[in-house]
Design a protein around this ligand. Structure first.
Ligand SMILES: Cc1cc2nc3c(=O)[nH]c(=O)nc-3n(C[C@H](O)[C@H](O)[C@H](O)COP(=O)(O)OP(=O)(O)OC[C@H]3O[C@@H](n4cnc5c(N)ncnc54)[C@H](O)[C@@H]3O)c2cc1C
Length: 410
C-alpha cells in the first residue's frame, strides 16, 4: 500500500480518504479550508436515493423562452457567461435527448443504488445519526395536472428502478405538514431518501473519524501540486507534503487545477444559493417542483435552496433566484426573517453527460480524478470514494468504472 494525497476535503474527498485508509494506505487529506466548508456545506442535505435519473437540460422550447425572458425561479443565467459556456451547454442539451439520457440514467442509477448502504456505516462509525432523518422527502405540486404527471413519472421510476414513493393528495399533505398555509394539490413522497440537518457538520464528522483512525488532515493549497520524483507533492505551511499518488477531489475547483496540466474536460458549474430563515416550519424537506426551490429544516433554521444559475464560477453573486424563491415559499409557509445576508453561494460541479469523472488521470501516472458529481455529490461521496479507492488499491472494483473515466471526453 502506498501513501496518497487527497486534494479537497468536501464530501467526495473526505470519503475517498476514508476508503483509502480502510484499505491500508497512508493518507494525507488536504484542503485550504476546514472539511466540508464549501459546496458540501451549503447544499440541500439530501441523500437522494430517488435521484436515479440525472438532471437533464430542458428540451421544451417553452422553457427556453421563459428562461430567456428571465422569468423562472429555478433557472437564471449571466448573459456574459454564455459564450464561454456554449460548447458545454450544447453538449449537455444533446446528451439530454431521451435516448442518450436513458444511457446516462443507467450509469447514474448504478451509483445511486448504493448511496444509503455506503453512507450508513460511515454515519454510524462517525456518530452522526443525530444529523440524519430517514423519512424521505416530498416533491409538492401546486397544480392537479403537475401532480398527475409527477405520479405517473414516479410510477415509471418505481417500476424501472425500484425507488419507493407514496402519492399524497391535498388532505394527506396538509395533515403531514400542518404548517403549510396554502392548499397544494398534493405531493410525491419519496420514501427512501434521507436528509441531513447540517450537511457541513456531517462532512466534519466523517473527517474526524478519518483523523481518529490515524489519518492526517492538513491545510494546503492544491494549486501547488507538482510531480515530484515518482510521486506528487503540495506545499503546506510547514513545507512540502509528498505522497506516491494523488487524488483530485476539488469539486468545482478541479478544472482550475487540471487545465494547466493539459486536460480540457468540458466541465462547467451550476451555481446555487441558500438562505436561512428563523423558525422551523416543516417536518421534512420539501421541493416545490413547479417553482423550483427547496425548503429544508436544518439546525440553523429553515434553509431555502435555489435551482441552477449558469455563470462563471468566480463571477459576483446575483441572488435574484433567492428573492423569487422566497416570495414563492412565503405563499406556502410562514418563514421568519432571513438570518444571514448575503445568501450563501456555491457551485455544483457538472459534466455534459451528467456523469462524474472518476478514475485515473489519462496522462499522469499516480494521479486520480474524483469530481463532477453535479447535483448529487453529497449523496454520492461514499460511493465515489469507494470506487476510486478500489481502483487505486488495484482491487477489482465493485462497479464497472468505464462509464466514468475521463477518457470519454478526450
Ligand atoms: C444549492 C445546492 C444544493 C445542493 N443539494 C444537494 C443535495 O441535496 N444532495 C446532493 O447529493 N448534492 C447536492 N448538491 C451538490 C453537492 O453539494 C455537490 O455535488 C458536492 O458538495 C460536491 O462535493 P465535492 O467534495 O466534490 O466538492 P466540495 O464540497 O466543493 O469540496 C471541494 C473542496 O476543495 C477545496 N479546495 C478548493 N480549492 C482548493 C485549493 N486550491 N486547495 C485546497 N483545497 C481546495 C474546497 O475548500 C472544498 O472543501 C447541491 C449543490 C448546491 C450548490
Amino acid at each position: 500500500m502506498s501513501s496518497v494525497l487527497v486534494l479537497g476535503a468536501g464530501m467526495v474527498g473526505t470519503c475517498t480518504a476514508l476508503h483509502l485508509q480502510q484499505r491500508g494506505h497512508q493518507v494525507l487529506l488536504v484542503d485550504q479550508r476546514g472539511p466540508g466548508q464549501e459546496t458540501s456545506f451549503g447544499n440541500a442535505g439530501l441523500i437522494q436515493r430517488e435521484a436515479v435519473e440525472p438532471y437533464a437540460f430542458p428540451r421544451q422550447w417553452s422553457k427556453f423562452l421563459q428562461v430567456a425572458l428571465g422569468r423562472p425561479v429555478d433557472v437564471h443565467y449571466h448573459g456574459s457567461a454564455l459564450p464561454g459556456l456554449a460548447r458545454a451547454l450544447f453538449s449537455y442539451w444533446r446528451e439530454s435527448a431521451p435516448e442518450r439520457h436513458a444511457v446516462a440514467a443507467l450509469h447514474h442509477a448504478r451509483l445511486i443504488a448504493h448511496c444509503l448502504a455506503e453512507h450508513q456505516p460511515l454515519m454510524q462509525e462517525a456518530g452522526a445519526q443525530d444529523l440524519v432523518r430517514q423519512q424521505g422527502f416530498r416533491k409538492v405540486y401546486r397544480s392537479p395536472r403537475g401532480l398527475a404527471q409527477a405520479v405517473k413519472d414516479a410510477q415509471r421510476l418505481e417500476g424501472q428502478w425500484g425507488v419507493r414513493f407514496a402519492a399524497m393528495d391535498a388532505a394527506a399533505l396538509a395533515q403531514a405538514e400542518p404548517e403549510l398555509r396554502s392548499v397544494l394539490s398534493g405531493a410525491v413522497h419519496w420514501l427512501d431518501t434521507w436528509s441531513v440537518s447540517d450537511p457541513g457538520e456531517l462532512v466534519s464528522r466523517y473527517a474526524r473519524l478519518f483523523e481518529q483512525r490515524g489519518g492526517r488532515l492538513l491545510k494546503a493549497d492544491a494549486q501547488t501540486l507538482q510531480a515530484h520524483g515518482s510521486g506528487w507533492r503540495v506545499r503546506a505551511g510547514e513545507g512540502w507534503l509528498e505522497a506516491a499518488q494523488a487524488v483530485i477531489a476539488l469539486g468545482p475547483w478541479s478544472d482550475a487545477l487540471i487545465r494547466p496540466m493539459g486536460y480540457r474536460l468540458p466541465l462547467f458549474v451550476k451555481r446555487g444559493y441558500h438562505q436561512h430563515y428563523s423558525g422551523q416550519t416543516l417536518k421534512l424537506p420539501m421541493l416545490d417542483a413547479e417553482q423550483g426551490f427547496l425548503l429544508l429544516p436544518t439546525r440553523q433554521g429553515t434553509r431555502l435552496t435555489t435551482g441552477a444559475e449558469f455563470a462563471r464560477m468566480g463571477a459576483p453573486a446575483t441572488p435574484v433566484q433567492v428573492g423569487r424563491a422566497e416570495r414563492a415559499a412565503r405563499e406556502l409557509v410562514a418563514l421568519g426573517p432571513a438570518l444571514q445576508v448575503p445568501p450563501w453561494l456555491g457551485s455544483r460541479p457538472c459534466t455534459p453527460d451528467m456523469l462524474p469523472v472518476m478514475g485515473p488521470a489519462p496522462r499522469h501516472r499516480g494521479l486520480w480524478f474524483n469530481f463532477g458529481h453535479a447535483h448529487q455529490g453529497f449523496t454520492l461521496g461514499p460511493v465515489a470514494g469507494r470506487l476510486v479507492a478500489e481502483l487505486i488499491s488495484g482491487q477489482a472494483p465493485w462497479l464497472n468504472p468505464t462509464p466514468y473515466r475521463a477518457e470519454r471526453f478526450l
